[in-house]
Ligand binder design. Sequence first.
Ligand code: NAD
Ligand code: 572
Ligand code: ZN
Length: 302
Amino acid sequence: MALEGGNLSAVLRRKGELVLEDTPIPKPGKNEVQIRMQRVGICGSDVHYLQHGRIGHFIVEAPMILGHESSGIVSEVGEGVEHLRVGDRVAIEPGVPCRMCSFCKDGRYHLCPDVIFCATPPYHGSLRRYYTHAADFCFKLPDHVSLEEAALLEPLSVGVHACKRAGITLGQTVLICGAGPIGLVSMLSAKAMGAAEVVMTDLDEKRLAKAREMGATYTVKVDSKDPKIVAKNVEGALGGMPDVTIECSGAEPSVQMAFYGTKSGGVVVLVGLGPNEMATLPIVNAALREVDIRGVFRYCNE
Ligand code: NAD
Ligand code: 572
Ligand code: ZN
């Protein structure tokens, strides 16, 4: 193994077996750039593939390089690339769609069935020294944005997209369930879009302390198995039911709480992913109160 030079890469060989190994340095094709990688975040999905070898129907059947939250410096430009030069610092949008299908043409390119997304089987990710990517999915950074911040733009995009799906407007009250990284970026996005007050829930007091430090108005520690009791605690903290709820835990009791706990006429956005089929959800309660339920799949144009 060449630890100096070469293309040291974090390869998930199979479930539970993550190794550092040298892989070929890729050359940029037409309309691509080669990037000397600088920062790559570790997403919950990278950890999930390592621990379980799959997420739903996406199964690690061949060795896969991890990583999709990333930034770097352009080290070579392929034929046809006009807007980037060697030395440019870039943030990488990790999902490259086909650009041909009706979803791509409608601008909702994240729904393209042929999207190639880093570190989603069967496609390799960017946790390596050199990586090539479609140049139009690389964004040149202004000088004041650090490479760490640039790598965090990817999870931030999930939060921005969730808040756009929710249609958050000035003065609204927002409940965010789950204070992990995705709950936190959703909270930051909600506030940036004008939310007046944001309350966050979690089982873990340390995560709630981080949420307050980062700007959550209120936090509620989930200490009851009854979603109606938790919903009442949220209403108590906020002084009313939230206009919008963004569910970022994927836990069934939390999704139940989101449905019960959102104001009539409000919106519930489901970001967290639990089991494909949840046993019991109060759909009729939500329907009769005209609570809109909206899904989120990553992001587009964020
Ligand atoms: P995470 O595991 O770090 O955070 C989830 C948080 O939910 C944890 O802090 C956990 O303590 C908390 N939680 C668990 N049960 C709870 C309950 N009953 N009530 C309140 N909080 C509870 O995960 P993350 O990285 O922040 O991602 C959150 C979710 O978003 C995951 O399910 C992930 O797969 C999903 N996700 C979805 C998309 C999408 O496109 N839809 C994109 C990115 C992530
Ligand atoms: O940053 C993108 C991202 N997307 C996640 C999770 C973590 N990071 N999603 C959850 C898993 N799905 S998926 O459709 N899949 C494995 C492709 O179940 C994608 C969105
Ligand atoms: Zn991710």
